[in-house]
Design a protein. Structure first.
Lengths: 274, 390
């Protein structure tokens, strides 16, 4: 059984605004019987171009009905411009969330709204540059691209949950992955890591100077930092350490833990010939 | 709220007699049946009795019964054993309407290089025996066909199919999880080599299954590491639950008549009343060659999950072959294989009864379901009263 929120259950069992408005300003039919859900949305505007009334008809599961009911409640009172800003996440949030595998119900709501607004504005709905990626559910590259961006989707399974694309024969999984990869590669601005290389080397030097050297000096030993390659800290033994057979233990039990504690837990200490 | 449980092909209520029979073996009779002491030995004796009860239900001998953990394990063990016993043969014959325990296994084996024939079914859910005969080759290592379908209840002529396989010396397995206890099965009168049973479908608890392996059939164990079950299934026996299954099989033997009289009458009344009261509804699958407890009805223009959750408000439990309930985005593979149109498949509901159902249960569904369908149809964008445009 799905884990639906109380709000989803309420909108499913007591759906608001079921029906169809006569002479609507905006109207849209999305989805199909074959795909398992269909939504017809109609809305009317008042003299101030605000959505005065909205109604829906849905063929689909409990969350499809609830998402459509929620959508009509949300857009009432909005201007067309405000309604255009509505995302599928807003619909899901209004319902207190939807199960991941049911997120496509919120996407269907957003698609209906978008199409109804296009109808109102007189924009032709078909976008010639769109390409069908998923043949089973008739999902285009544009829809997948948008769902990936708006919902920060990471895997093909995510895309299937949000758009149904890839939920049938599975032949389009590679094509979906390509879209995810493309969006992800566009969307990766430089993020400053916790420690830049320069900061890391400085910190290693300071830690050796301040914390490690005084300990070793106590026994007449010393080490010298030779290089840092990634997380490999290369050091050479000096003083009595160079002669001491226990110095290897010192490296693993003293130097490395200290650097891991104070610089980064990923560091390993290696000894290089002097 | 009273629960009206009409989902017995999913799982059944544990019979109180079964529960009573198990209690001592959960509490003080906890010995290991493999032990040398009589404290364990008495449990071994009781397991032997249970084995004989299971055998009696299907007309087999006790030594042909292997206890497993579930029907899925039995199915997997049977197919893998046949493949391991005939390593030179690389072909598997099964059907498009099998339970996932066979269907997913055979798809995985196909990826590993086996060739798999999935026999089609017709609109009634039946096999074409000519296509079946032609599918068998010298390379066929195993045939696995279910006895009765879990979604529609349609019965395959597995005894006839097993004879055809035997003529060609091909091992034959049947998933009889839904059939055992509901229709008579007599292994001494057929040529089936292996047969799977699941305890929780016949009023025993979950977590117990049986694989019947005909005497003389080559068997290669799935679980190894213990001498239990005559070296055919390692692992310490689930003693209380095996004893419970024995009791459940003893009862099933007696209750089979009730299944085919009282339960069948209730099912038929439910089915015909719903078809009468709800226009544009139809039964999926052959209504004659069918389990006595199952009906699968499609209501056009509505979606199954919505129906189930509305019925849930009245305590009515059933299941659906719609996409939203199948765990995938496509409706039931069984209904698709039968060519049921999508408009019908999405709105399919399976009711599966048991001996514990009453006339009052059926009355409630007959009262509550028609208005549910009517309301959902009113909400549907492709449904116009009297004029279906879905």
């Amino acid at each position: 059984m799905w884990n639906y929120t109380e709000k989803v259950k309420d909108h499913f069992l007591n759906p608001r605004n079921v029906g169809e408005l006569e002479n609507p300003d905006g109207v849209a039919d999305v989805g199909s019987i074959a795909c398992g859900d269909m939504l017809k949305l109609t809305f009317k505007l008042d003299e101030n171009k605000r959505i005065k009334d909205a109604k829906f008809k849905t063929f689909g599961c409990a969350s499809a009905i609830a998402a459509a009911s929620a959508l009509t409640e949300m857009i009432k009172g909005m201007t067309v411009e405000e309604a255009e800003e509505l995302t599928n996440k807003d619909i899901a949030n209004y319902l207190g969330g939807l199960p991941e595998a049911k997120m496509h119900c919120s996407v269907l709501g957003r698609q209906a709204l978008e199409k109804a607004i296009q109808y109102y504005k007189g924009i032709p709905v078909e976008k010639p540059e769109e390409k069908i990626i998923c043949e089973c559910f008739g999902v285009t590259d544009h829809e997948i691209d948008r769902a990936v961006r708006e919902n920060n989707l990471q895997t093909v399974e995510d895309v299937t949950n949000y758009t149904k694309a890839g939920g049938g024969c599975g032949n389009c999984h590679d094509a979906i992955q390509e879209i995810i990869d493309r969006v992800r590669s566009e969307e990766q601005p430089y993020k400053k890591p916790r420690l830049t290389n320069i900061e890391k080397i400085k910190l290693i030097e300071e830690t050796i100077e301040r914390e490690i050297r005084p300990m070793l000096k106590h026994d007449g030993g010393d080490i010298e930092l030779i290089d840092v390659i990634g997380n490999r800290v290369l050091v050479a033994k000096r003083g009595s350490c160079a002669l001491c057979s226990a110095s290897e233990q010192t490296m693993k039990n003293v130097v490395e833990p200290k650097l891991r504690e104070l610089v980064s837990p990923d560091l390993t200490v290696e000894e290089v010939p002097q | 709220m009273r629960t009206v449980y009409l989902d017995n092909n999913a799982t059944t209520q544990v019979a109180s007699e079964v529960f009573e029979a198990m209690i001592p073996y959960f509490l003080h009779l906890y010995g290991n049946p493999s032990s040398m002491h009589s404290f364990g030995g008495q449990v071994a004796a009781k397991i032997q009795e249970a084995r004989e009860e299971v055998a009696a239900l299907i007309g087999a001998s006790a030594e042909e019964i292997i206890f497993t953990s579930c029907g899925t394990e039995s199915d997997n063990s049977a197919v893998r054993s046949a493949l391991a016993s005939n390593p030179d043969k690389r072909h598997i014959v099964t059907s498009r309407v099998e339970h996932p325990a066979i269907k997913v296994l055979s798809s995985q084996l196909a990826k590993q290089g086996y060739s798999v024939t999935e026999l089609p079914v017709d609109a009634e859910g039946h096999l074409d025996m000519d296509i079946y005969k032609k599918s068998l080759t010298k390379d066929t290592a195993i045939v696995s066909l279910m006895w009765a379908n879990n979604e529609t209840g349609v019965i395959f002529p597995v005894e006839e199919a097993a004879e055809i396989a035997r003529d060609r010396k091909i091992p034959f397995h049947t998933d009889a999880v839904q059939a055992v206890g509901k229709i008579p099965i007599n292994m001494s009168k057929n040529q089936i080599d292996m047969l799977s049973i699941s305890g929780h479908k016949l009023h025993a608890p979950k977590g117990i299954g049986v694989l019947y392996v005909r005497r003389g059939t080559k068997f290669s164990p799935f679980l190894i590491g213990g001498h239990q079950e005559n070296e055919r299934r390692g692992g310490t026996e689930n003693t209380p639950v095996i004893i419970g299954l024995g009791k459940a099989c003893e009862m099933a033997r007696i209750n089979m008549e009730i299944e085919n009289t009282k339960v069948k009458t209730l099912r038929d009344r439910l089915e015909s009343e719903l078809l009468d009261r709800i226009p544009d509804s139809r039964v999926n699958g052959d209504r004659l060659m069918r389990l006595p407890n199952t009906t699968n009805i499609s209501f056009e223009g509505v979606e199954g999950e919505a129906i189930l959750l509305m019925m849930n408000e009245f305590g009515i439990c059933a299941s659906s072959g719609s996409a939203c309930t199948s765990g995938s985005l496509q409706p039931s593979h069984v209904l698709r294989a039968m060519g049921v149109p999508f408009t019908m498949a999405h709105g399919s509901i399976r009711f599966s009864l048991s001996i514990y159902n009453t006339d009052e249960d059926i009355d409630l569904v007959i009262e509550k379901l028609p208005p549910i369908i009517e309301n959902l149809r009113k909400m549907s964008p492709c449904w116009k009263a009297g004029l279906n445009s879905c």
